[in-house]
Design a protein around this ligand. Structure first.
Ligand code: ADP
Length: 256
C-alpha cells in the first residue's frame, strides 16, 4: 500500500508549490546569513582585544629594558583587554548553550528565587536595590536559567543608570500572569531601538553606552533563556526616566 504521490495538476497548484519552495529557500538563506553574520561579528569582537594585547606585549619587548616605566601601564591594558576577552567568550558559550531547548522545566517558586538573588545583590550593587516581591508565586521554569535572566537584567540596570539612582526588582501576579520586572532610572532606550537591543552584538550607539563596557550579547542570551522558560520579555520606558524590563510567565497553582 504505497501512499499515492500527489502531483499538482492545475497551474494554480504548481504556482502555490513554487511559492512554498521559494519561501523555504528564503528562510534557509536568512538563517545561513544570520550564522555568517554571527561568526564574523564574534571574530571581529575577539580580534580587537587580541590586537591590543599583542600591541602592548610588543611595546614591552621593544622598550621595556630602556623605559621600564611603560611596563605597568601596558600590563594594565593587557589585564583589561584579556578580561574583556574572557567575558566575551563566557557570553558566547552561554549563547551556544542557550540554543539547546532540552532543559527540564519544573514547578519553581519564583518568589523565593527573586528574593534570594535580590538580597544577594543588595550587598554588591553600587545602587539602592528595592525589592517588591509577592510571596509564593509558582511558575513552570528552570531555576538556573531563571537566575541568569534576573542577574543579566540587574547587571544592565546597574551599568546603564547613574550610581545613586535606585533599581527596583518586582514580582507580581497581574491578570493571571506572573510578571518579573527590573526598573531603572537611567538613560533609557529610544523607541526605535527597543527591538534591536535583543539582537546579538547590538549596542545602542550613544556617547554614554559606548563608554560603558559590554559585548551586546547579554540581552540576546536573556531572550533565548526567556523562550526556554516559555515566557516573553518586553521593555517599556520608566517614569520620569529609565527603562522597565518585564518578563511574563504563566502562573502555576501551588499546592498550598
Ligand atoms: P551589553 O550591555 O553587553 O552591551 P546587552 O545585550 O545586555 O549588551 O544590551 C544591549 C544594549 O542595550 C546595551 O549596549 C545598551 O545600549 C542597551 N541597554 C540594555 N539594558 C539597558 C538599560 N537598562 N538601560 C539603557 N540601555 C540598556
Amino acid at each position: 500500500d504505497q501512499p499515492k504521490l500527489e502531483v499538482p495538476d492545475s497551474p494554480q497548484e504548481i504556482q502555490e508549490l513554487g511559492n512554498a519552495f521559494n519561501e523555504l529557500l528564503a528562510s534557509q538563506n536568512q538563517r545561513l546569513q544570520r550564522e555568517k553574520d554571527f561568526v564574523s561579528n564574534a571574530s571581529h569582537e575577539l580580534k580587537t582585544p587580541i590586537a591590543a594585547i599583542r600591541g602592548n606585549i610588543n611595546l614591552i619587548k621593544r622598550h621595556g629594558d630602556k623605559h621600564p616605566d611603560v611596563i605597568p601601564e601596558s600590563l594594565g591594558f593587557i589585564d583589561e583587554e584579556s578580561l574583556r576577552m574572557q567575558n566575551l567568550i563566557t557570553n558566547l558559550l552561554h549563547l551556544s548553550r542557550a540554543d539547546r531547548a532540552d532543559l527540564v522545566l519544573e514547578d519553581v517558586n519564583l518568589s523565593e528565587i527573586a528574593e534570594q538573588l535580590g538580597k544577594q545583590y543588595q550587598k554588591t550593587l553600587d545602587h539602592q536595590l528595592q525589592l517588591s516581591i509577592a510571596p509564593n508565586l509558582y511558575i513552570l521554569g528552570n531555576t538556573d536559567t531563571l537566575k541568569q535572566i534576573i542577574v543579566a537584567l540587574l547587571d544592565n540596570a546597574n551599568k546603564y543608570s547613574p550610581e545613586k539612582a535606585p533599581i527596583i526588582l518586582k514580582l507580581a501576579d497581574i491578570n493571571k500572569k506572573i510578571e518579573l520586572s527590573v526598573q531603572d532610572f537611567g538613560m533609557g532606550i529610544p523607541d526605535d531601538k527597543k527591538d534591536l537591543i535583543f539582537q546579538r552584538f547590538y549596542r545602542v550607539d550613544t556617547s554614554h553606552s559606548t563608554e560603558i563596557k559590554g559585548s551586546g550579547l547579554g540581552l540576546s542570551i536573556v531572550s533565548q533563556l526567556v523562550k526556554i522558560n516559555n515566557a516573553s520579555i518586553k521593555v517599556l520606558d520608566n517614569q520620569p526616566q529609565g527603562s522597565i524590563f518585564t518578563v511574563s510567565f504563566d502562573e502555576v497553582q501551588s499546592d498550598n
